[in-house]
Design a binder for this molecule. Structure first.
Ligand SMILES: *Cc1c(COP(=O)(O)O)cnc(C)c1O
Length: 504
């Protein structure tokens, strides 16, 4: 048996490269990431998937090794380039991400040390750091000391946590669901309805509250709708407002909505996945006023803090409600196994007792195993300070306004003045009917994608095919916006000459 153990140990050695192997492997990987970053200014915002060439699927996962060089080349050609490139300055579609380098290195350190971040007992440092980061965000939002939260993988999961907490806090039973009412607008992110369904609330009533001409929830319409529902014997329960919608960046009148939520005893949730970190700016604080009165809020650091994908924060004004909805049933001994008993002793020996306030992430979320996510936010914040983030967000706000002014000057019809950093616009020259202009704008967005240098996305607003430009990439600066304006003019010129040719 001992011989066999030693034999397996030797065969498994490759899983633990020694210092010289590590150096070589690291060198190959870093060389690839440096190639990527050296070309970042000209990396297309979108690369169309070309003819299926060698392809990822032609390299099957097999029993034996492949050289790092071969594998990295495969990644560079087949994985890193095709599709949208959120790390590129030209990615102006959807809500761009960031790919902050400090966070990439933080992820590397978190993975090498493999610190566990779910429970204080085994991960005191990571848990303390998560709580510190959450406290910082709670202060930014303006929540009281009793608030708490969780760093999830993204806004959708954060939303599910908030909805589940709201359901629990309002003690909705199955029989209550068909008569309970949720208020949002047609501009709300679809992850809210998804979360409702997953949380067992699919049979609840949904009211789409009317929006004003800037796509913001109309507070009077909300108030009227709640009164009517109460009169009809229904149970108004949850108001979900947006601090920056995905489509247009609209910020609902949070303070007015907070008044209504308080008066009507509704849970007030704010979706600040995109807009939340604009609170770092003076403009953002004024625009998002009232957010501090919400019961729960979500913010995506992988959007407005420029992190690589995989970080969404949920905060709940009263952390006790979050704990009640997600903690392991603490009061009654659970029949579900005892393998966590060392971490759950109430008489922890000196040195490992949990300091007051150090809530374990596993008690406030669905995750038990949890990667060390806090580090990817903490490291850049602590190393760089908040100043550069504030400056970058102020920059994006101004870039959006500049783009709107300049694209209007080029003859495009523009949407409302942006609340944050999303601009909507469309090509609709006089004398062209709606159907034809919808077709032209579709042609523009398709042309841009084929060209690739900048990547814009489109949406439907009031039945019109509309283009949208979202300035949020960490590397998106004035130069890119000027380039986007030039390329859009080129697209229009191409359309006009194609039309001319058709007429002849
Ligand atoms: C992106 C976004 C979400 C969803 O967040 P994910 O991180 O993509 O899961 C929710 N709401 C708004 C307003 C968003 O922009």
């Amino acid at each position: 048996m001992l011989d066999q153990i030693r034999q397996f140990e030797r065969a498994a050695r490759a899983l633990e490269p020694d210092a010289s192997c590590r150096k070589k492997l690291r060198g190959t990987v870093l060389a690839s990431t440096e190639r990527f970053l050296r070309g970042i200014d000209t990396l297309p915002g979108y690369v169309e998937v070309g003819d299926p060439g060698r392809g990822l699927l032609d390299v099957p996962i097999g029993e034996f090794e492949r050289s790092p060089e071969e594998v990295i080349e495969l990644l560079e050609t087949e994985v890193f380039r095709p599709g949208g490139n959120p790390a590129s300055p030209g990615h102006l579609a959807y809500i761009p991400g960031g790919g902050l380098y400090h966070s990439a290195l933080a992820d590397f350190m978190a993975a090498v040390t493999d610190k566990y971040a779910g429970i204080f007992f085994t991960g005191p440092g990571p848990v303390q750091m998560e709580n510190q980061v959450l406290r910082w965000v709670a202060d930014l939002v303006g929540y009281p000391g009793a608030a708490g939260g969780n760093i999830a993988s993204g806004g959708s999961l954060a939303t599910l946590t908030a909805i589940t907490t709201a359901r629990h806090a309002h003690r909705l039973r199955c029989a209550d669901i068909p008569s309970s009412v949720i208020y949002l607008t047609s501009q709300a992110h679809h992850c809210i309805e998804k979360a409702l369904r997953v949380a067992g609330l699919g049979e609840a009533q949904i009211r789409y509250v009317a929006v004003d001409d800037r796509f913001r929830m109309r507070a009077e319409a909300l108030a009227e709708s709640i009164v009517a529902d109460r009169r009809a014997g229904l149970r108004p329960w949850l108001i979900a407002a947006a601090a920056g919608t995905t489509d247009t960046g609209a910020v609902d009148p949070l303070n007015d909505i907070a008044d209504i939520a308080t008066r009507e005893s509704c849970w007030f949730h704010v979706d600040a996945a995109y807009g939340g970190f604009f609170l770092l700016t003076e403009y953002g604080r004024a625009t998002l006023r009232g957010i501090e009165r919400s019961d729960s809020v979500i913010l995506d650091p992988h959007k407005s803090m420029f992190l690589p994908w995989g970080a969404g924060i949920v905060l709940v004004r009263d952390v006790k409600l979050l704990l009640a909805a997600h903690g392991e049933a603490a009061e009654t001994p659970s029949p579900l196994g005892s393998y966590l008993q060392d971490a759950q002793r109430s008489d922890q020996p000196p040195g490992i007792e949990v300091p007051p306030g150090e809530i374990s992430p596993s008690d406030v979320s669905l995750e038990l195993t949890k990667p060390f996510r806090a580090l990817r936010l903490w490291l850049p914040l602590v190393m760089l300070g908040t100043g550069p983030f504030r400056a970058a967000l102020d920059e994006k706000l101004l870039l959006a306004r500049y783009f709107q002014r300049e694209i209007a000057a080029r003859g495009f019809v523009v949407g409302p003045e942006p609340d944050l950093s999303v601009v909507t616009f469309r090509w609709a020259p006089p004398g062209v009917d709606l159907e034809e202009s919808n077709r032209l704008n579709q042609a523009i967005v398709d042309g841009l994608r084929r060209d690739g240098r900048i990547f814009l996305s489109s949406t439907q607003l009031d039945g019109r095919f509309t283009l949208r430009m979202a300035a949020l990439g960490v590397r998106t600066h004035l130069q890119t916006i000027d380039q986007a304006l030039r390329i859009l003019s080129e697209q229009v010129a191409a359309l006009t000459s194609a039309q001319g040719a058709e007429i002849q």
